[in-house]
Design a protein around this ligand. Structure first.
Ligand SMILES: Cc1ncc(COP(=O)(O)O)c(C=O)c1O
Length: 461
């Protein structure tokens, strides 16, 4: 038998030419997004003031399983994809596990994460529609970087509202965005009505993705039609674009005659996880196979593990449509932990529905345990992981250690979404013993739940 290589790269012509829309195979659909004023399901037209038209269509598409990736997008993907599927031989050895651990590494592009997969697609459709630019939010900064990069490629302006604590902690992320002509405002800011309102109510807030989304949506809606809002996670369209991760992984594993027993991903708003699991979840739903699928979130922002399955606004300022999802309440302001990209109050409606229906598991970890795993991984596999990605590493290590106890040689696949070179303050805190593990109390969470919309659809939560 030939030895499985350390890294497997598909060739360009083996790369998927279509994205995969998981909703087309789901037995039950996620509940529809609701118009905040009428509480009626949002139509494609209702979405036009916020999203590009093609993206609005993708957002509501629950019938087409495969959607062609426009050639221009395929060409850009080829500049940084396919991403490698890596066999973690050194980590396996360090753990002494019989498990076979694979990871799909998405950090090998300037933005440093998987976010570029959707940024390129969204910028492309904005250009096609003749817009002058887009507005967005960014938490950890990876999405803002990826979108600035994609917008500069298509000559679009890119206005980024960056969560204030990340803005302060990560000056070099800002510099990268500026290289690509992104314009960055710390959020909450005084440049929008909703930002001023949030600041009046919480003058000391370090911000949240929910606040930044409200500001970015307002900036797009007030642009006289020249800009649209784009989001880096949560939405169905973003999971669709990220399906490239799972599709490539599946083709690569097939070439190795492998199939995962367990698929693991970190979950902020759910885009990398939704993309990685898409083809494997389809197999599970249609009964072809039965992998375990695990979402990993921070204990400080536990939307799946401790949230409620309810209709909620996607933002803090309550300007977006409402989605039914696992949520901590749009008024939940997470503590300033170091996995900025996982600090979102809600979860993708697709993943929420799959979790609710028992197709997926979820676990949460405190940050010091996550950084223990990050450092071990860096030493063995020589990649410094993003704190967000390290959540998936932690879980993969724990599953591999369970295999060591049971003697089972399970095949584990996890998503390594990005690199952590802009997260050195977090690594330093960890190495100096200055990292604390904040876990919200039930009373803390209740404050967020109190902000859930009081609508008939939420009566029985
Ligand atoms: C490196 C990295 N991984 C994961 C995430 C989480 O996002 P999502 O759940 O949409 O994949 C982020 C978000 O910023 C990120 O930067």
């Amino acid at each position: 038998m030939t030895k499985i290589p350390h890294r497997l790269y598909l060739t360009e012509d083996q790369m998927p030419k279509q994205w995969f829309n998981l909703r087309a195979v789901m037995k039950e659909q996620p509940d529809p997004m609701l118009h905040p004023a009428t509480l009626q399901p949002m139509t494609e037209r209702d979405l036009y003031p916020i999203f590009c038209e093609e993206l609005a269509r993708q957002e509501l598409d629950e019938t087409h399983a495969y959607i062609d990736i426009p050639e221009e997008i395929q060409e850009i993907y080829k500049m940084y994809r396919p991403s490698p599927l890596i066999r973690a031989y050194a980590l396996e050895k360090a753990l002494g596990t019989p498990a076979k651990i694979y990871y799909k590494f998405e950090g090998n592009n300037t933005s440093g994460s998987h976010k570029l997969n959707s940024a390129v697609a969204q910028a492309y459709y904005a250009k096609q529609q003749g817009l002058s630019g887009v507005t967005t939010e960014t938490g950890a900064g990876q999405w803002g970087t990826a979108l600035s990069e994609a917008c500069s490629y298509f000559d679009l302006t890119c206005d980024v509202f960056m969560v204030k604590c990340s803005y302060e902690q990560k000056p070099f992320r800002k510099a990268v965005m500026r290289v690509f002509d992104g314009s960055i405002t710390p959020s909450p800011s005084t440049t929008t009505e909703v930002g001023r309102k949030i600041l009046a109510e919480h003058p000391d807030t370090t911000g949240s993705l929910g606040c930044a989304i409200s500001e970015a949506v307002e900036a797009a809606v007030k642009s006289n039609g020249s800009k649209r809002y784009v989001l880096g996670s949560v939405l169905n369209q973003v999971l669709l674009h990220q399906s490239i991760i799972g599709l490539e992984s599946k083709i690569a594993m097939e070439q190795l005659n492998e199939y995962p027993d367990i698929v693991i991903g970190c979950a902020g708003g759910g885009s990398n996880l939704g993309g990685l699991i898409a083809p494997f979840m389809a197999d599970k739903i249609t009964g072809k196979s039965n992998p375990r699928i695990i979402a990993v979130e921070p204990a400080s922002c536990p939307s799946l593990t401790r949230g409620k399955y309810a209709y909620d606004f996607c933002d803090t300022g309550k300007v977006t449509p409402m989605a039914r999802m696992y949520t901590l309440g749009c008024g939940f302001i997470p503590s300033a932990n170091h996995a900025g990209g996982l600090r979102y109050h809600g979860m993708s409606p697709i993943l929420s529905k799959l979790y609710h229906d028992g197709y997926m598991e979820a676990v949460s970890y405190e940050q010091t345990k996550v950084f223990d795993a990050a450092v071990l991984f860096a030493k063995r596999e020589t990649i410094l992981p993003a704190p967000e990605s390290a959540h998936a590493i932690r879980c993969a290590i724990d599953e591999a250690l369970k295999c060591k106890e049971s003697g089972e040689a399970k095949t584990i696949l996890f998503g390594l979404t990005g690199t952590g070179y802009f997260d050195m303050v977090a690594y330093e805190n960890y190495l100096n013993g200055n990292m604390n593990d904040y876990i919200p109390t039930d009373a803390d969470l209740q404050v967020g739940f109190n902000s859930l919309p009081d609508i008939p659809q939420n009566k029985n939560i």
